[in-house]
Design a protein around this ligand. Structure first.
Ligand code: C2E
Ligand code: MG
Ligand code: MG
Length: 751
């Protein structure tokens, strides 16, 4: 059976028995109930009794005067009256609780009344049984009898009451009856005993007949009661205060504990956060160090790292001269790889370069990427400069080995400058600068590597000086054009000029093109300079074409640098210049050196095809010095091949060493190109070239490069540009080239 059901059943039984005994008592004592003493006593019990209860602090025990009054009614009126009074008193007590705001439902009210009725009834029955057995009288006349009777009553009352209360709580809390009885039963005994004592004293006073003593006793009892009530009240309030304080203390401790827990949680969270932050900080420090000292692409140390390392070596102060070396590497034509194949391939090439270099040096050496296509190496603990050169050679070999990437075979090259550590080096930058100087020298001389020496430094410083002055040469009018006649070898007539740039510096004097043209190319100055040359020369030749109808087809040959070919805009500039000068495109010839053309053959084919389309002539310059691939030569749209002067120079007086000339000329013929030979200085060279079928020539024998005015004067004066002796001996003609009269129609101007 469930707890609720058993409790309900228990209550129902109590109510049933209680009602029954109450009805029984009412029936038995019906007439006694109407006496004025009982009515007065009942009134007092019902109205005052419940109000005189005293609750013992910190216990469920209530010292009830109602118990005393019930016992007293026992003594004064009898058992039935006591039962009825118990019911009435309980009803009054419950109603009083309800008016004080305590919720008591009807069932509980009935149960309480029944329980009280039944307890008193059982006490009464018990008393009847015991008094019968012990021969006790119901009306005690002597104190000893009174004590015995009250003792028995209180014990019986205690037993029944404690059993009911314990049974109720045992069912409600589902605890064993004995345990519940021990917990609640004993405390009930006090109320019974106290109630019995008070009842006994009161009964004794009422029945003594001594009204004075009774009145005095009543006053004492009232005082004692009031005093006791006050003490109890004070005790209760101080206990309540203490309890409240304790509760507050407990509450504040709970709050403190909660806060401490919260704080501990926050602390642990913030510690965790702190840990994450410090981890992140450490990570970002590493990343920072990584980006500060390492190159992101190749993962090699960067310039900053290299400088640090060099600093450290210099600070060590030990003599590492000629034992430690710095190598400065510059990849050749790396820009072309980037331009032609894209930056992704370019990046991969750089990564492969880094790997190859690392494989060529010792573990303890430092390989760094300085930026772009520049790398530097610190070689440690070498025996001599020769060993450093051996390393440079090995690196050069490794890097000139073609790379295979995404189906492309990529050829790369490198120039390496070597600088030994020197006592003169104060800062890392000094040693890097010297290695850089050596590298530039290697580049200029087309060497795989070069070892630094002090002469090199002055040469490079000279170059740097020239470069800085060259920047302003154009705007300061220091540049001018010289024109070297191009002559038809068949009849000595002029077909045009090669435009050659001259730089006359106010303090350095005349600077050779061989010196400043490479500088202009390296610094990129060559592009604006060539644009200016194109403007000047097209204007000039258009002007000269007007001198005579015989000069209508006079042309100008302009040298174009490889730098210009790899940049956009050349074709547009040429078109603009031709349009401005109102010059036919065929009157302009562009010369590109063989090495330039072959260096970037695909790009050259592209640009030359464009130039060919607009109608300009194209000449391959210095032929024989570069290593022409015949397949490319065939595809390049050149119409003229210019033999390098070294082949003309090497021909002897009697035509020795002419085989190469012969081969080049027949090659040109096969490729349907015209041939021009440069550097003709002697009549025998001229004769040979004429005999070999070379179409045109230029050289000091006919004319040196001339300034504009001189070239113009000669244009007016000369018809045949061969030396007089040559004309007389070889052609059987006499020349009168010195006349000042303008030449109206030079005899046989070649195409
Ligand atoms: P290049 O284009 O092969 O020019 C011919 C060079 O040979 C010229 O030297 C010329 O003066 C020289 N020369 C001509 N005939 C003879 C001769 O009979 N004997 C000797 N020994 N030399 C002769 P230059 O003017 O010193 O030019 C040297 C090089 O500088 C040129 O070689 C050319 O590559 C470059 N250059 C000159 N002017 C320009 C220019 O305006 N633009 C470009 N990009 N390069 C130029
Ligand atoms: Mg030339
Ligand atoms: Mg040349």
């Amino acid at each position: 059976m469930s707890k609720e059901k058993s409790l309900k059943l228990y209550q129902q039984i109590i109510v049933l028995l209680g009602c029954f005994t109450l009805v029984f008592a009412v029936v038995r004592a019906f007439f006694d109930l109407l006496s004025w003493e009982f009515i007065l006593f009942s009134f007092f019990t019902i109205t005052i009794g419940p109000r005189l209860n005293l609750k013992l602090p910190r216990s469920r025990v209530v010292l009830g005067f109602s118990d005393s009054l019930i016992f007293l009614s026992f003594l004064l009126f009898g058992g039935e009256e006591a039962i009825i009074l118990a019911a009435g008193e309980m009803l009054a007590a419950c109603l009083s609780l309800r008016t004080n705001g305590i919720r008591l439902n009807f069932n509980t009210l009935i149960y309480n009344i029944s329980s009280s009725t039944l307890t008193t009834s059982l006490t009464y029955l018990g008393w009847l049984f015991i008094s019968d057995k012990m021969g006790l009288s119901f009306i005690p006349t002597e104190t000893s009898q009174l004590v015995t009777m009250l003792g028995v009553l209180s014990i019986l009352q205690f037993i029944t009451n404690s059993i009911f209360v314990s049974s109720y709580y045992s069912l409600k809390n589902e605890t064993p009856l004995i345990k519940q009885w021990k917990q609640d039963g004993f405390s009930i005994s006090i109320t019974q005993i106290a109630g019995a004592c008070i009842a006994g004293v009161t009964y004794k006073l009422i029945t003594s007949g001594d009204y004075f003593a009774t009145s005095i006793s009543l006053v004492v009892i009232i005082f004692a009661y009031l005093n006791y009530r006050k003490v109890m009240g004070d005790m209760t309030s101080s206990i309540e205060e203490a309890e409240k304080a304790q509760q507050e203390k407990a509450e504040s401790e709970r709050i403190r504990a909660e806060q401490a827990e919260k704080y501990a949680l926050e602390l642990s969270k913030s510690l965790a956060d702190q840990e994450i932050i410090s981890e992140k900080l450490q990570e970002s420090n590493i990343a920072l160090e990584q980006t500060a000292f390492y190159d992101t692409l190749t993962k090699l140390p960067n310039r900053a790292y290299l400088i640090e390392r060099l600093n450290l070596l210099l600070e060590l102060g030990i003599d590492i001269s000629n034992k430690y070396f710095v190598l400065f590497l510059d990849l050749k034509r790396f820009k072309n790889i980037n331009n032609r194949l894209g930056h992704t391939i370019g990046d991969k090439v750089l990564m492969l370069v880094a790997k190859r270099v690392l494989r060529a040096v010792k573990m303890e050496d430092t390989v760094a990427r300085l930026g772009g296509d520049e790398f530097a190496i610190i070689l440690t603990d070498l025996k001599s400069a020769e060993e450093a050169k051996r390393y440079a050679r090995r690196i050069h070999q490794k890097l000139t080995h073609p790379f295979s990437l995404n189906g492309h075979k990529i050829f790369s090259d490198v120039h390496i400058g070597i600088s030994p550590f020197d006592t003169e080096h104060q800062k890392p930058e000094d040693i890097l600068r010297d290695a850089d100087i050596a590298m530039h020298y290697a580049k200029e001389k087309e060497l795989p590597f070069a070892l630094f020496d002090k002469d090199l430094r002055s040469k490079v410083l000279e170059t740097i000086k020239l470069e800085s002055h060259l920047r302003f040469a154009l705007e300061k009018n220091e540049l001018s054009m010289f024109y070297q006649p191009l002559i038809s070898l068949a009849d000595g007539g002029i077909i045009g000029f090669e435009a050659l740039l001259r730089w006359q510096h106010p303090t350095f004097g005349f600077v050779s093109p061989a010196q400043f043209i490479p500088i202009a190319e390296d610094s990129g100055q060559i592009i604006p300079i060539t644009n200016w040359i194109l403007e000047q020369t097209t204007d000039q030749i258009a002007k000269w074409q007007k001198i005579s109808p015989g000069y209508k087809k006079l042309m100008v040959s302009v040298n174009i640098s490889g730098k210009h070919i790899s940049q956009d805009g050349l074709v547009e500039t040429v078109e603009t210049c031709l349009r401005k000068a109102k010059l036919k495109p065929a009157s302009l010839k562009l010369e590109i050196t063989e090495s330039t053309a072959m260096e970037n053959a695909e790009r050259t084919i592209e640009i030359l095809s464009e130039l060919n389309r607009i109608g300009t002539q194209l000449s391959i310059d210095d032929f024989g010095t570069g290593y022409s691939s015949l397949s490319y030569l065939h595809r390049l749209p050149f119409d003229t091949l210019k033999i390098d002067r070294s082949f003309v120079y090497s021909v002897g007086e009697n035509g020795e060493n002419s085989e190469i000339l012969q081969t080049i000329i027949s090659l040109a013929k096969n490729l349907k190109m015209k041939v021009i030979a440069e550097g003709i200085e002697t009549e025998s060279q001229l004769r040979l070239l004429r005999n070999l079928g070379c179409d045109f020539g230029q050289g000091y024998l006919m004319s040196k490069p001339l300034p504009v005015d001189q070239a113009e004067t000669l244009l007016y004066q000369k018809q045949i540009w061969f030396p007089q002796s040559f004309v007389e001996n070889e052609m059987g003609e006499t020349l009168s080239n010195t006349s000042n009269s303008p030449i109206l129609y030079p005899s046989k101007i070649a195409q």
